[in-house]
Design a protein around this ligand. Structure first.
Ligand code: NAD
Ligand code: DAU
Length: 359
């Protein structure tokens, strides 16, 4: 791995991965292709370690000319594909960009890899790799006593977001099976940590709680996610790139599975401790109309990556949440840049205004 194309590297996980890769591997050069949608920000790429090994290109993964040009120009041997539309609620209110970016964009990247690596034989096949970053949501939802999702659980995506990611996974898999593009796939559970866009539950709750705004809980708040600190996800991806076999899929998860309401209460208690005030922030909790088609429970069986690549999550939820809160408190300029984005304010109104509220 010498010349790495990271897609979506100005977003939450992608920017954490760029930072991680520059730190752990002094040989790599990174080309970061990101369209800078509402979810991407150059704020996320400030103060990179050894920044001269990082080139940022603003562009769309759906661009049929740009992607092969970048592969040629930078002799890319490794693609790590994060770029996507990622927010379930947005996919419910407007699915089209999800189909374009997640399905067509992934297809376009795979086609470019096939053309440049296989047809033109730009590099020896054993030196190239396409890693596709995906989600646990492709597996659908679990009942309380169902076993956790494994790599062989049948796909049953429930939201337009999950369906578009499932389609992209199938394409990635097929490019390995049919053309022998050296593809790996990871399906990961809910990430949290520094630089997460505050449309997602954890940063939204931290920022709302800090400014005394309501903390919206969808439905009864008893839905369960398998929370993973973002640095642990980055480490898992690096191990898959360096030790994982082409054609393999790995489930990645945090073994942290409290219901949403408990997460929100924990954040309130953490903030009450760090920034005490007269009334507990739990008073801000507000139950609101549920998300349509809301998946009840996710859980990941991570025994394959534990066994084959010797990876397991390093952060428990308490430490990870504390680090996330501390990062947000230490980075007011990041918060201001994201929060003052007009698109973000429009989104908050669109998503929350019409939800019925109860205490
Ligand atoms: P994000 O929404 O924070 O960032 C997505 C990035 O992709 C942004 O920088 C955006 O500008 C860029 N992008 C969007 N459309 C693009 C396009 N057409 N061309 C180029 N760039 C484009 O997302 P994230 O939470 O960092 O997720 C990254 C990846 O990880 C996604 O593929 C997502 O499905 C997957 N994933 C996320 C989670 C999670 O909890 N956040 C969990 C599992 C898997
Ligand atoms: O499981 C992995 C997925 O996790 C990723 O693939 C997605 O890209 C990522 O967005 C995330 O999806 P979720 O829908 O689980 O994340 P979100 O933060 O939007 O919601 C987490 C849970 O919290 C979910 O059960 C819905 C609930 N929720 C969310 C918001 C925004 C609320 O109760 N209130 C809210 O205001």
């Amino acid at each position: 791995m010498k010349n790495v194309l990271v897609t979506g590297g100005a977003g939450f996980i992608g920017s954490n991965f760029v930072r991680y890769l520059l730190e752990v591997d002094s040989r790599v050069q990174i080309v970061n292709l990101d369209a800078l949608t509402y979810a991407g920000s150059l704020e996320n790429l400030k103060d990179l370690p050894d920044a001269k090994r990082h080139i940022f290109v603003q562009g769309d993964i759906c661009d049929r000319e740009l992607v092969p040009t970048l592969l040629h120009q930078h002799q890319i041997d490794t693609i790590v594909h994060f770029a996507a539309e990622t927010h379930v609620d947005r996919s419910i209110l407007g699915p089209e960009p999800f189909i374009k970016t997640n399905v067509f964009g992934t297809f376009n990247l795979l086609e470019a890899a096939r053309q440049v690596w296989l047809a033109e034989k730009s590099l020896p096949l054993e030196q190239v790799r396409f890693h596709h970053v995906s989600t646990d949501e492709v597996y659908g939802t679990l009942k309380p006593n169902d076993p956790a999702f494994s790599e062989t659980t049948p796909y049953a995506p429930n939201s337009p977001y999950a369906a578009s990611k499932a389609a992209s996974d199938h394409l990635a898999r097929s490019y390995h099976h049919t053309y022998e593009v050296p593809v790996t796939i990871s399906n990961c559970s809910n990430n949290y940590g520094p630089r997460q866009f505050p449309e997602k539950l954890i940063p939204l709750v931290i920022l709302n709680a800090l400014s005394g705004k309501p903390l919206p809980v969808y439905g009864d708040g008893q839905q369960i996610r398998d929370w993973l600190y973002v640095a642990d996800h980055c480490e898992a991806i690096y191990l898959i790139l360096t030790k994982g076999g082409p054609g393999e899929t790995y489930n990645v998860g945090g073994n942290n599975q409290p219901p949403n309401l408990t997460i929100i209460e924990t954040i309130c208690d953490l903030l009450d401790e760090i920034r005490p005030q007269t009334q507990s922030r739990r008073k801000l909790i507000q139950f609101v109309t549920d998300r349509p088609g809301h998946d009840r429970r996710y859980a990941m069986n991570i025994s394959k990556i534990e066994r084959d690549l010797d990876w397991s999550p390093r952060h428990n939820l308490t430490d990870g949440l504390l680090e996330t809160v501390q990062w947000i408190l230490a980075n007011p300029q990041w918060v201001a840049a994201i929060q003052t984005q007009r698109e973000y304010q429009t989104w908050l109104t669109k998503n929350y205004e019409k939800r019925e509220k109860s205490s």
